[in-house]
Design a binder for this molecule. Structure first.
Ligand SMILES: Cc1cc2nc3c(=O)[nH]c(=O)nc-3n(C[C@H](O)[C@H](O)[C@H](O)COP(=O)(O)OP(=O)(O)OC[C@H]3O[C@@H](n4cnc5c(N)ncnc54)[C@H](O)[C@@H]3O)c2cc1C
Length: 323
């Protein structure tokens, strides 16, 4: 069967991840063209109606593995592998995100499957799925086909839009026998990251902070500036990796893609991996002390100078103007 199984990540309280919902919508669209079914796998004791609600995004069936814990990859690989093999799914689709990458990689090894990561689009060609993947620093797109089933497709974050179509999915419980190595680690705690309550993808004004801030404390400057304009704060991977700001705020290839009305970049060099996440912004304003910083090549307005002097003055001026 040329069906597509999607891993439906959730927060443990019946709220499904936006990227997982996008992957289900994409699977439903592709399933229609392939003549196969789009289904989802949910792990954990998620309520019937929450599982059935995935039908609203196009899932015909939801396989629920109640005893498999959410959050760690190895047990979910066991569950995905079982459902794919028992039900004969031709493809597994992940909506992106670190857990999806990890499960997808494990599943690939388990099933000796072909895998494509960082996929931005999927299409049907000659009755098979073909994944589009940006290569060469996102300057080219490669079409990747699969010579055998199953094919594993791992989307880039925000690659697939969630579309509500109405409908309810059939919920089928599955028993999964965990591999011995799948219970060697346990999840101690799940929690919201600082800043995760602000949905930077919906913000109209974003103040992005980079390594030029000098230290985690430097983000106070960005927060004050963002607050003065009613905006939110974003970050580069360099500062997220350094532990200065949470991953929820990361923009770029391995973070979020945003398109605010204004993106103000403070102390950000403008690496290609950052640019791909914010180049859709309506206006880009960059403050950088290096006149040759790449960010100036795609900014609408560039200010060469020390952000520690400029940003507080800008915040003051905006506050004064707004009364
Ligand atoms: C596979 C892969 C995926 C990646 N994914 C991402 C991603 O999703 N998002 C992302 O952002 N990056 C990503 N990166 C990392 C990316 O390549 C860059 O390393 C990163 O974006 C640089 O962050 P930065 O601009 O904060 O730091 P830097 O490149 O170090 O730039 C700091 C800038 O601050 C300026 N500066 C310093 N002091 C001041 C001051 N006082 N006032 C004003 N300006 C100052 C400097 O001139 C410099 O231009 C990825 C890399 C790889 C290999």
């Amino acid at each position: 069967m040329a069906g597509i199984l999607v891993y439906a990540l959730h927060d443990g309280e019946g709220n499904f991840n936006k990227n997982a919902l996008g992957a289900i919508s994409k699977a439903a669209e592709l399933g229609g063209e392939l003549g196969g079914e789009a289904a989802a796998l949910v792990v954990g004791d998620v309520a019937d109606d929450a599982c059935a609600s995935l039908g609203n995004y196009g899932a015909a069936k939801v396989y629920r593995a109640k005893d498999v814990p959410e959050g760690l990859a190895p047990p979910i690989v066991d569950a995905m592998a079982k459902v794919i093999q028992d039900e004969g799914f031709g493809y597994a689709l992940f909506g992106g995100g670190l857990l999806g990458f990890e499960i997808g990689a494990g599943l690939t090894a388990r099933l000796s499957a072909g895998v494509t990561m960082e996929v931005t689009e999927v299409k049907v060609s000659d009755g098979k799925l073909v994944a589009e993947r940006p290569i060469l620093q996102d300057s080219q797109i490669a079409d990747v086909g699969y010579v055998a089933e199953p094919g594993i497709i791992i989307g880039r974050l925000n690659a697939f839009d969630a579309n509500e179509t109405g409908g309810s999915a059939e919920v089928v419980d599955v028993d999964v026998e965990l591999s011995p190595w799948s219970s060697k680690a346990k999840l101690i705690q799940r929690g919201e990251q600082r800043g995760a309550d602000v949905n930077i993808e919906d913000a109209e004004i974003l103040v992005g902070g980079g390594r030029g801030l000098g230290a985690a404390d430097g983000f106070k400057l960005c927060e004050e500036l963002a607050e003065s304009m009613g905006g939110a704060v974003a970050a580069t991977r360099a500062v997220v990796d350094a532990g200065w700001y949470p991953y929820a705020a990361q923009i770029g290839q391995t973070g979020k893609t945003v398109a605010p009305k204004l993106y103000l970049a403070a102390g950000i060099s403008g690496a290609i991996q950052h640019k791909v996440g914010m180049q859709g912004s309506e206006s880009i304003l960059a403050i950088n002390k290096d006149p040759n910083a790449p960010i100036f090549e795609f900014s609408d307005l560039g200010v060469v100078g020390d952000l520690h002097k400029i940003v507080p003055k800008l915040t003051e001026a905006i506050k004064a103007r707004r009364g």
